[in-house]
Design a protein around this ligand. Structure first.
Ligand code: SF4
Length: 455
């Protein structure tokens, strides 16, 4: 890397010791998915191990880090907006600025060439190098880069530094080999690699000892999890058996290789939540083929039918509107399938072209922005109606809710989530209740996203 002269931070509080440990203050923001949240916990652990300290106040920090997402254009724009906040401050008093994660990996050259105020760029497989790169930037004014993808890195023996709370997540694998044509993940997170189940189970036990009651197992495509004769269904059931865990969720399986053993485990194990996220993306066969999703509309519907035969399992999904070449008729195929399947929730996105992807190389991004927006709104409105109808069906029934804390709107109300992952709010009936308690709540009213009730 070429060196860029920098001002040394004026707020250096603790000098570096000969052991290479630092007392520098770090302020960190995280964008994107739960996998990024998990990676932030790994980064915190690695930096704390070298004596860095974390502050929630950016004006106290010597180092500003952004853990970024590259999945959509607006994720990039948000990071650029936040970076702009610190460029003046850097000129005034010196700061080391680092961009981590998927955007650092995918746009490394562009960021290094056009954003000279960035000192450190580190991709998802380079976090072990971050402490040294930051020390070089802080003390020797060197710019640093760690963007090599690894076939082996899983951070298996790093104990994540997580905030207190009843929810915890564990990454069971990293990377993705599916190369869906619209998706940048295989380029930013590299090839699929699974973690040793023993380490995962140890991590689950550790989370329980820290007060976690609900664990979400994470992977870009958990169905690809393999370790010897372990597959994901076996791993999920084993984690659900860990004493002290009340609920286990997982994100995300791919519909193309969804094994019956997995939905059987969901249907049958009392600690595994009765909900499956089944990303559809499109319900038109020509578009699915262009997307490289490896299933047809018919195969997807057969899977939905098989899951529903097993029991009352709630489905959620991801959808992309306005993918390259999508006609109105093809979009209507997706609209109709959403009506027919009746998801509990859908995460709907306008297609946004990502550099280096197969779609960017092969197809024209030719659906006008306005049309993309219109189609997205149509599905969002449809999904709101479906979610409301589903939630209203629950009025007069009792749902079991895991209490998480005060509701966002009132300190006189509790808030938690049902097994089906719907937010539930109810008046505080018993102040002795604790986060993690399972509370039976009678549903009295419903909105598309929230159930309101009483104990
Ligand atoms: S399965 Fe497809 S959409 Fe999901 S991370 Fe892999 S390439 Fe991306």
């Amino acid at each position: 890397m070429s060196g860029t002269p920098l001002l040394l931070p004026t707020s250096l509080k603790v000098p570096t010791s000969p052991s290479g440990r630092s007392g520098y203050q770090v302020y960190m923001e995280t964008f994107g998915c739960q996998m990024n949240e998990y990676d932030t916990e790994i980064v915190r652990s690695l930096l704390k191990g070298r004596g860095f300290q974390f502050t929630p106040h950016d004006d106290e920090a010597d180092v500003i880090l952004f853990n970024t997402c590259a999945i959509r254009e607006n994720a990039h724009n948000r990071v650029y907006g936040h970076l702009a906040r610190y460029t003046n401050r850097k000129k005034e008093r010196g700061l080391v600025i680092g961009v981590l994660g998927c955007m650092a990996q995918n746009l490394k050259q562009e960021l290094m060439d056009t954003r000279s105020f960035i000192d450190v760029l580190v991709g998802p497989d380079g976090y072990r190098q971050l402490p040294d790169l930051l020390m070089d930037a802080l003390e020797h004014h060197k710019r640093g880069l760690a963007v090599d993808l690894s076939e082996y890195e899983t951070y298996a023996h790093i104990v994540p530094d997580r905030p207190d709370g009843i929810n915890g997540w564990i990454a069971v694998m990293r990377g993705c080999d599916n190369f869906c044509s619209f998706c940048v993940v295989p380029y930013t997170r590299g090839r699929e690699r699974s973690r040793d189940p023993e380490g995962i189970i140890q991590e689950a036990n550790r989370l329980v000892s820290q007060g976690v009651r609900q664990i979400t197992l994470l992977g870009q495509n958990v169905n690809s999890y393999r370790w010897g004769d372990w597959d994901f269904a076996r791993l999920l059931v084993t984690v659900a058996e860990v004493s002290g865990i009340q609920r286990v969720r997982f994100m995300s399986p791919h519909p193309k290789d969804f094994p019956p053993a997995l939905f059987e485990a969901v249907a049958e194990h009392p600690a595994i939540c009765k909900t499956i996220h089944l990303p559809l993306q499109s319900a038109n066969d020509r578009i699915l083929e262009r997307m490289g999703r490896c299933y047809t509309r018919r195969e997807y519907l057969k899977l939905v039918e098989a899951i529903r035969k097993k029991g009352p399992i709630v489905l959620t999904t991801d959808l992309i509107c306005g993918f390259c070449g999508e006609t109105e008729e093809e979009f209507q195929d997706t609209y109709r399938l959403v009506q027919d399947v009746g998801y509990q929730a859908a995460f709907v996105f306008k297609y946004s072209e990502r550099k280096h992807t197969i779609a960017a190389r092969k197809y024209a991004d030719d659906v006008p922005e306005q049309v993309k927006g219109y189609r997205t709104n149509q599905i969002v409105e449809l999904q709101k109606e479906i979610s409301l109808a589903k939630n209203k069906e629950l009025i007069g029934t009792r749902v079991e809710v895991m209490l998480e804390g005060d509701s966002k709107k009132s300190e006189f109300q509790w808030m938690g989530h049902s097994d089906h992952n719907v937010t539930v709010v109810w008046p505080k009936d018993d102040l002795a209740r604790q986060p993690g308690d399972l509370v039976p709540v009678m549903v009295l009213d419903a909105s598309p996203s929230t159930l309101y009730g009483r104990v």
